[in-house]
Design a protein around this ligand. Structure first.
Ligand code: SF4
Length: 700
């Protein structure tokens, strides 16, 4: 049976897969033994990929033809592709003509391929000339991006997966790696077996599966990460464990940071963070001993202080010199398969291709030239709206048309009351989606059927900057098309309705799109100008690769991507959670993943084999909380925040502390509760913490 080499479409580990197929149907999947990310391994989600593509599942859940409806919530009617594409182009062109370019918006996904992102970005910024293009990666990695930029001068992850095998200490924070990035966690387990002296420290308010296996678990109170990081540096300074020579030679800004951390002794931090002083001291000593690799995810990023949490962690690497060396450095773990690829092509409202910035006039001019814009045609300098801002604008009536691709904001964005108000008020909503069951479909006027995993060509970049090919093993069902083709088809129609900027949208295939993206990287921190498609066909490559050869880790020479080559210490003040608990909302709610489910469960939720793990959505409370309230497991409770409430059965769990609660992020209504407050620098919302009230509820 033929096998096609491709990449898993779920998490940012980016495992290689071999897809078996016959007669246009996917029949099996196995880990690619030659892929450097996973070396043949797959987790439970990856192992069942072929089942999500089975014809019986596809027939039930896939969008296969363009659909339109006259009234929201009314019945869908099929229409042809030409008619559907014309309607999108006409409605967007009319909105631009009547209200200006910023009256339209694009909301994309870290599950799109790099080529999809590139075409959408060029359509929005090079043709419509609006920067109102953002992505659900804003909910995922934007605080890490800002943290890297502010300290290292570049959105470039310095470390790589192989560092797990060489680290002396692995500092896992804000990540249940065992469930969220399972294959990478297996590599950590291998490394511990091979090197029993390795120390694993896990920082997480919950006693997750990752925390339970650690040498040291610090169950800090939500929102106190900056205090912990500052206290660790305080201890390192007190005991002379920083690398003064490295600090002097390769960094700046350390004096301000030293002043900042003076007040955060481990004793003070122990009270603020709610963990023993001795554990903070131990964590700091192990970190300083190194080589230390830190791995983190949403627990740091999804916070209104997300950038501060990232910079204060990266400070520890710079202060100890544990960066850019084997076994050492910051390694942010990407939630989605291509959050990094989206940033490479500029798929966020403040970015342009090649890690350029909308706010920089020289960058705008460079991109206008790269895209072949006509003389005198400039890219817009107006700031674009980031994720939630798009929906706030729509709720205020400022958005006339919204194009949503490959994501499900009516479930995944915080403050669902606002998001749903926005979708209802926006006069024209296009949903480009592979699955009919997405909650956002209820708010769409037009549905464009998209190709999914194993059906399209392109590339993705994983958490260690490794670019891998995604290949089509089978044709898409019905009339579904590749996302980049749909965007290009609309762009060519829009060119007939809007002033022609000179941008072209006539690529013959995904390779041609990728080549245009590659040209935009020349001379930039992610330079892949020396890489060709044929090389990518042979093996995945880590950027930068200016001569075609990838680089496993960055900044080993102590030269950073800042104007003077020095890394910049940041000295953030501590800001507690955005929404502190009070008498009316006395419980701290957090969210996270289940091992066997993916996001809104449109794919993984179709498989009984995966449903067995995790069970039904529930509110997890400490057993003491159930005892105190005389509640039995399974009792129905109402969970209420300042924005909404949900009914769920209660489940005892000693993974959460008393006065804390957990709901899986996959639960359909959890984001009725979460807060829209966000980091002022990264604009990433605080999905990891909301103050809630829990009461007994009885069905009427
Ligand atoms: Fe897919 Fe992530 Fe599992 Fe690898 S670890 S198989 S990329 S879900």
């Amino acid at each position: 049976m033929p096998e096609t080499r491709s990449t898993c479409p779920y998490c940012g580990v980016g495992c290689g897969v071999l897809v078996a197929h016959a007669d246009g149907v996917v029949t099996g999947v196995r880990g690619d033994p030659e892929h450097p990310a996973n070396r043949g391994r797959l987790c439970s989600k990856g192992q069942t990929l072929h089942l999500t593509a089975a014809p019986v599942v596809t027939a039930q859940v896939r969008a296969t033809r363009p659909l339109r409806r006259a009234v929201r919530g009314g019945p869908w009617a099929e229409l042809g592709w030409d008619e559907a594409l014309d309607e999108v182009a006409t409605r967007f062109a009319d909105a631009v003509a009547q209200h200006g370019p910023d009256a339209v918006g694009f909301y994309l996904s870290g599950q799109l391929l790099t080529e999809d992102y590139h075409v959408f970005n060029k359509l929005a910024k090079g043709l419509v000339r609006t920067n109102n293009l953002d992505t659900n990666s804003r909910l995922c990695m934007s605080s890490a991006v800002a943290g890297y930029q502010d300290t290292l001068g570049s959105d470039a992850v310095p470390a790589c997966y192989d560092d797990l095998a060489q680290a002396g200490t692995v500092f896992v924070t804000g990540s249940n790696m065992a469930w969220a990035h399972p294959v990478l966690y297996r590599r950590l387990e291998d490394a511990r077996r091979a090197r029993p002296q390795m120390k694993v420290v896990v920082v997480d308010p919950r006693r997750t599966e990752t925390a339970a296996e650690a040498d040291l678990h610090l169950p800090i109170l939500p929102g106190t990460d900056v205090v912990l990081h500052h206290a660790m540096l305080h201890l390192m300074l007190w005991e002379g464990r920083t690398d003064a020579a490295y600090i002097a030679a390769h960094t700046r800004g350390f004096d301000a940071l030293r002043d900042r951390v003076r007040e955060f002794s481990p004793a003070v931090a122990a009270k603020v963070c709610g963990v023993p002083e001795a554990d903070i001291v131990q964590a700091a000593r192990w970190f300083a001993d190194g080589p230390t690799l830190s791995a983190w995810c949403m627990g740091l990023n999804q916070s209104h202080a997300g950038t501060d949490k990232n910079t204060s962690l990266i400070n520890l690497h710079l202060a100890t010199g544990w960066i850019g060396r084997p076994g050492a450095g910051p390694l942010s773990l990407t939630g989605q398969p291509n959050a990094m690829g989206g940033r490479e092509v500029g798929g966020l409202s403040h970015l342009l291709p090649g890690h350029r910035l909308v706010a920089d006039p020289a960058h705008r001019a460079e991109v206008a030239a790269l895209w072949g814009l006509a003389p005198g045609v400039e890219l817009s300098a107006r700031p674009g709206k980031a994720a939630l801002e798009l929906f706030e604008a729509a709720a205020d009536g400022a958005l006339q048309a919204l194009w949503i691709a490959c994501t499900n904001p009516a479930q995944s964005l915080p403050d669902q009351a606002l998001v749903r108000r926005a979708l209802e008020r926006c006069p024209f909503v296009v949903l480009q989606e592979a699955y009919l069951g997405a909650a956002t479909a209820a708010f769409a006027d037009l549905l464009l059927p998209a190709a999914s995993w194993a059906e399209k060509e392109g590339t993705v970049t994983n958490s260690e900057r490794r670019i891998s090919r995604v290949r089509a093993a089978v044709p898409p069902p019905g009339e579904a098309r590749a996302d980049w083709r749909i965007a290009a088809d609309v762009a060519r129609r829009l060119q007939r309705r809007l002033p022609d900027t000179g941008a072209r949208f006539d690529w013959p295939d995904a390779e041609a799109v990728w080549c245009e993206h590659r040209a935009a990287t020349r001379g930039r921190d992610l330079d892949i100008s020396g890489l060709d498609w044929a090389a990518l066909e042979r093996q995945p490559v880590q950027w930068p690769a200016p001569q075609g050869v990838g680089r496993e880790r960055l900044f080993g020479d102590g030269v950073f991507a800042t104007p003077d080559g020095r890394a910049c210490f940041q000295a953030p003040a501590w800001r507690p959670v955005a929404e502190p608990r009070d008498a009316r909302h006395p419980v701290a709610l957090t969210t996270g993943r289940w091992r066997d489910q993916w996001h809104g469960m449109t794919r993984t939720g179709t498989l009984a084999r995966l449903a067995a793990h995790g069970g039904e959505p529930a509110l997890e409370l400490h057993p003491q909380e159930l005892d105190r309230r005389h509640w039995s497991p399974g009792r129905l409770v109402r969970v209420s925040s300042r924005r909404g409430s949900v009914l769920l059965p209660v489940r005892p769990s000693d993974a959460v502390a008393p006065a804390q609660a957990f709901i899986a992020m996959h639960a359909p209504q959890v984001n009725r509760l979460t807060t829209p407050q966000r980091c002022p620098r990264s604009k990433q919302p605080e999905l990891k913490h909301a103050a809630v009230r829990v009461e007994a509820a009885d069905l009427p």
